[in-house]
Design a protein around this ligand. Structure first.
Ligand code: GDP
Ligand code: ZN
Length: 478
């Protein structure tokens, strides 16, 4: 239950606990008993008294204190640095204390255990950020960006999350919600006191609504970019054997993850390479040549390529300039098109005409075969020629609208987009109701709906259930 969640004091190890350990591990406490709990365990070294006593520490906010942690029997558990960040100057706006222990996993666990014995409760995933939200330090969309920031896999993804955390979307949504509430007040007043007020200026009202709707639409254009930054872009490289798919993947990723071979049909598994293009994490999948085959092992590869292409955001079909467009290419193209139709995602397609060192690309590029593709580029994979064009074309394919607020680019996530879409539809209905001269009660319903949708983004109108869903996705310690 979130409503009484701020009564107790929570604690967690906030540095990684599984796998590799660093030199330092940090325990974070937040809540009204954080000071009392740490006081009962911590002996500051600063006081050069003969007898060091428990409860002898007077924390000064944002002042690091060196000392030792002792257990109930007085046994030394660790040498630590303690950092108090007292309310309200902390992440949660509660008293927060961080204890820096020696790394390796043992010290931090023992210290955490002592904190729990002294009355702290183990924090749930996202609970520190939840408290920051409940105490008004962050709004909900900012809190969501905290989770996106710590899970970001590229610099651009991190920068986008940071822009969101700094409040770009928050500001927009707050002003839109305030605008709705203001319009609602104007309308409500006329519903209640029809005769005493001048008529509403419906022309300027519609202008206000249209402006709000435009801003919502603009924010919505960031969703795809945000999703691709967070989740990454899957690229399936398809084509008949020997056209240079593996060479293309190698050259593009500048690694040797793919096995390049001149024997037809030997690339049987799907090979993956992770690269970053224009800040987007991109996963290249090199698939076996798609063709009907009696060879059982190879047909497994073919199956895999179809699966890879089905899940892809971009399908890159490679053909060969020297051979020109062959019947087999047409066959593969038909299958790729079928894959596109079956795909749940909106896959885009790119034709790569490879081996341009052996023949001109223009024969294929100028033919009807190239027409159905969203982009066409020419490469020589072995000499790494044409890759600048390839990346530019690729970025145009995945490129999406940007919203710049205070020079920062943020993006909306799926949940926020859902609510913004709901608001946009309500604003659309509202305009129709006004133009059709429907009773003002109808107008009020739609404005309320839009205001609530904005409130769901900012967290002003959000349900407990939505909150738990959002914060349960965080890691422990955040
Ligand atoms: P895949 O079967 O489609 O993956 O094709 P590979 O990448 O294994 O390449 C097949 C052969 O074509 C290899 O001998 C490559 O070195 C060669 N090759 C790939 N790209 C080019 C290119 O742009 N020019 C030339 N001349 N040879 C290439
Ligand atoms: Zn290959």
């Amino acid at each position: 239950d979130h409503s009484n969640g701020t009564g107790d004091t929570i604690a967690a190890i906030v540095t990684p606990t599984g796998g590799q350990h660093g030199a330092v591990e940090i325990i974070r406490l937040s809540g009204p008993s954080a000071i009392a709990i740490v006081k009962s365990l911590f002996l500051p070294a600063r006081k050069r008294q003969v007898k060091k006593l428990r409860n002898d520490w007077n924390p000064v906010s944002h002042m690091v204190e060196y000392g030792t942690i002792i257990d109930a029997s007085g046994a030394l558990i660790d040498e630590v640095l303690v950092v108090p960040m007292l309310a309200p100057r902390s992440y949660t706006r509660e008293d927060v204390i961080e204890i820096q222990c020696h790394g390796g996993g043992i010290c931090s666990r023992r210290v955490l255990h002592l904190c729990l014995e002294a009355g702290a409760r183990l924090a749930q995933p996202g609970e520190f950020t939840l408290r920051a939200f409940l105490n008004g330090r962050l709004d909900l969309s900012q809190a969501e960006n905290v989770a996106q920031l710590v899970s970001a896999k590229t610099v651009s993804a991190a920068e986008t999350a940071l822009a969101g955390l700094q409040g770009g979307l928050s500001l927009l949504v707050q002003s839109l919600r305030a605008e709705c509430i203001e319009m609602l007040a104007d309308i409500d007043a006329r519903v209640d006191f029809d005769d005493e007020l001048p008529d509403l200026d419906t022309i300027s009202l519609i202008q206000r609504i249209q402006k709000a709707q435009q801003q919502v639409e603009q924010a919505l254009t960031t969703e795809r970019r945000g999703k691709l930054l967070q989740v990454g872009i899957q690229v399936a490289i398809v084509g008949r054997p020997n056209v240079g798919k593996s060479s293309l993947l190698n050259a593009w990723s500048q690694t040797n993850k793919a096995i390049v071979t001149s024997v037809a049909g030997t690339t049987r598994d799907v090979i993956e390479a992770g690269i970053v293009v224009g800040g987007f994490p991109v996963k290249l999948l090199d698939t076996a040549g798609i063709r009907d085959t009696s060879d059982e092992v190879e047909s497994i590869g073919v199956e895999r390529s179809i699966v890879a292409a089905r899940g892809a955001d971009v399908i890159v079909m490679v053909v060969n300039a020297k051979d020109g467009w062959t019947e087999e290419d047409t066959h593969i193209f038909d299958r790729v098109l079928k894959i596109r139709e079956m795909s749940s995602r909106v896959a885009q397609s790119m034709l790569v005409i490879n081996k341009i060192d052996q023949a001109s690309a223009s024969t294929i590029a100028g033919s009807k075969f190239a027409n159905p593709f969203d982009k066409v580029v020419a490469t020589c994979a072995t000499q790494r020629v044409g890759f600048e064009d390839l990346e530019a074309a690729f970025l145009e394919l995945v490129g999406t609208g940007n919203v710049i607020v205070g020079g920062k680019m943020w993006a909306v996530n799926e949940r926020q987009a859902e609510q913004l879409l709901r608001a946009s539809k309500a604003l659309e209905r509202l305009q129709v109701s006004i133009k059709q001269n429907l009773p003002m009660d109808f107008w009020a319903v739609d404005i309320k709906e839009a205001a609530v949708a904005f409130g769901e983004v900012s967290g002003d109108d959000v349900s407990e259930e939505v909150l738990s869903r959002i914060f349960s996705k965080f890691c422990i310690g955040k």
